[in-house]
Design a protein around this ligand. Structure first.
Ligand code: GLC
Length: 597
């Protein structure tokens, strides 16, 4: 199976949020299970600076976006069995930040256009392009648009992952033709139009062959107005192709036994180091050296959907408990000011750093005892998983991926791997914080068992990758694992997963757009309990034949790619000429395009 993963950020190259963690780990996990995987990213200035000398110049071409005709360079790098492609255009991506420019629509319009137009220069013609969020939402749309004229694009299936539906790529209606180069038909039939604006995410949800939310609960929530930022009707309409695959975390990167960023290493078998990390955190943050007082940690963007209003509301009640609080993050000014002010009220007991700093964040994951994440909405959330891996017991609100990863503590049968509360209310949050703090203080043995269950939770990517491969198999009609090689790839833990129930949402769930949300929507996919052993799953069943789309003989693809190559002798020549490792700057062709607005 040939998968192209298109994203606007990925670690270790560039990161602003959780998407980068996912795009940085999922492709390698797919490759480890036997898929052929390439990733495509913009070549940002930061990537050039940090990784320029590792990039291999492949070729360049010109990409048309409406009336613009712009240079696009193609660079590559091989890593963990995955080919990483970088699309270069100095004018769009040679800037200090990833996002936040007034022409972001044009920048990612260009990127999505370039992903489609540069396909023939990639090492394989993909069977599936997996897009992520609004920045690559135009890819499924362009594939449909180009597919009308060019057969070769019709063989490609698309999957769209929604990491946060709040960001939709909304632009004025006039951008449809002038900026994105699309015919007015796309607006006339409503596909790409929403509330009078061009809405790229909406268009992609409708055009993609499968849509995925990053947790089973988020997939359900997206059908409700409270969570969907006006796209609930579209999500209900598309629930037949909606799934919710929980993200994983990179278990090698986040391993308290080998992490070099933390003061002392430890593991389930030997927890000694955690106490050292606690002392180190107290020192670093200027908290009192009190080994028996639990530290509640928060590492979060300081924005409202992270549930900070609840913390502001009951902060003084929290600080009456025998606990310390440490907060790391930056964001909205009102929260920054509040936390800074509050920290001054509780010297030695509360510390705040308005920053994002990886070392300090790891010091909190390792040194804190409890991790607070009271999000109002949380598509998946990675921090709670990292915290659990480091034996820092999470306290979360039951929403999105938080609900799917944290099972509430039940004292009477000694079960659960964290603390949860359901209502978005300060008093409810305070109640469970109190419960957690006193469990830590008064019942250290019970707390140690709870901590152990948190550390044992399975958040490996292998499980999620198996579920994605099942989705790819469903949209392409190709069996997975491939019929010839029935056995799973030996390198990975756990077999490919049992067919997830995700796509098979009952037809009755298909609610026409605009209708009220069902009160209690049926689960899109059964939440995968965090500890369910991957090995118990059966291999994905082959998709029945009638579901298979028309198969294109591979021969058809080659000439297309060749034709494109033949059309651009200069580009191909420059590629073959430069068949050696070469620093980016030297090889980048001068930008000739008129890419401006
Ligand atoms: C977004 C979401 C977060 C999720 C991440 C990766 O950042 O807000 O909940 O974990 O994407 O999918």
């Amino acid at each position: 199976m040939k998968i192209l993963y298109a994203a606007s950020e990925a670690v270790p190259f560039c990161k602003t949020g959780g998407l980068a963690d996912v795009a940085g780990s999922l492709p390698a996990a797919l490759a480890a299970q036997g898929a052929e995987v390439a990733v495509v990213l913009p070549l940002y200035q930061k990537v050039k600076e940090k990784f320029g000398d590792q990039l291999f110049f492949e070729c360049y071409d010109y990409v048309d976006l409406a009336w613009r005709h712009s240079y696009c360079g193609l660079f590559s790098l091989e890593k963990d069995g995955v080919t990483w492609y970088f699309l270069d255009n100095e004018q769009y991506f040679g800037r200090p930040d990833l996002y936040g420019y007034m022409d972001d629509g044009e920048r990612f319009g260009f990127f999505s256009r370039a992903v489609v137009r540069m396909l023939s220069h990639f090492k394989f013609w993909p069977e599936v392009i997996h897009c992520n969020d609004w920045q690559t939402a135009l890819v499924p749309i362009y594939l449909k648009d180009d597919g009308v004229r060019e057969d070769r694009f019709r063989s490609i299936r698309t999957v769209l992952s929604i990491h946060n539906i709040e960001y939709q790529g909304r632009y004025g209606k006039e951008t449809l033709g002038d900026l994105f180069g699309l015919d007015h038909g796309w607006a006339d039939d409503g596909t790409i139009l929403m509330d009078g604006d061009v809405n790229l995410l909406k268009g992609a949800i409708l055009c993609a062959d499968a849509v995925n939310a990053v947790s089973p609960t988020y997939a359900n929530e997206l059908k409700m107005p409270y969570f969907a930022h006006r796209l609930d009707g579209i999500m209900r309409q598309c629930s037949y192709k909606l799934s919710g695959v929980l993200n994983g975390i990179d278990l090698n990167r986040y391993d308290p036994a080998s992490d070099t960023l933390i003061t002392a290493n430890y593991s389930i078998a030997d927890m000694g180091g955690k106490q050292t990390d606690k002392a180190a955190l107290q020192r670093m943050a200027g908290l009192r050296q009190e080994p028996y007082v639990p530290i509640v940690g928060m590492v979060s963007r300081l924005v409202s959907h992270k549930g900070l209003d609840l913390v502001c509301e009951v902060l003084h009640d929290m600080m009456e408990l025998p606990m310390q609080l440490v907060v790391l993050g930056k964001g909205d000014r009102k929260y920054e000011e509040f936390f800074q002010w509050a920290a001054q009220q509780y010297p030695g007991r509360m510390a705040v750093r308005l920053d994002y700093n990886e070392e300090l964040s790891m010091a909190i994951y390792a040194g804190a005892d409890l991790f607070l994440m009271p999000s109002r909405s949380e598509p998946c959330g990675l921090s709670q998983m990292i915290a659990m891996r480091y034996g820092t017991v999470p306290i979360v609100r039951e929403t999105g991926g938080l609900k799917d990863t944290v099972r509430p503590y039940e004292a009477w049968r000694d079960a659960g791997n964290g603390f949860t509360f359901a209502n978005y209310a300060g008093s409810d949050m305070l109640y469970v914080i109190r419960e957690a703090v006193y469990l830590y203080k008064d019942y250290p043995d019970a707390f140690a068992r709870l901590r152990r269950r948190a550390m044992e939770s399975d958040f490996s990517w292998a499980r999620s990758a198996g579920e994605y491969l099942h989705i790819y198999s469903t949209v392409t009609g190709q069996p997975w694992p491939p019929a010839a090689a029935e056995e799973p790839a030996p390198a990975e833990e756990g077999a490919p997963q049992a067919p997830a129930a995700e796509e098979e949402a009952p037809a009755s769930e298909e609610t026409p757009a605009g209708e009220a949300a069902p009160e209690e929507p049926a689960p899109v996919q059964e939440a995968v309990p965090a500890q369910e052993p991957a090995a118990s799953a059966e291999p994905a069943a082959p998709v029945p034949e009638e579901a298979a789309p028309e198969k294109k003989p591979p021969a058809k693809r080659r000439p297309a790619a060749k034709k494109a190559a033949a059309k651009k002798p200069a580009a191909r020549k420059s590629a073959s000429k430069s068949g050696k490792k070469s620093p980016v700057k030297k090889e980048t062709a001068p930008e000739k395009g008129t890419a401006g607005k």
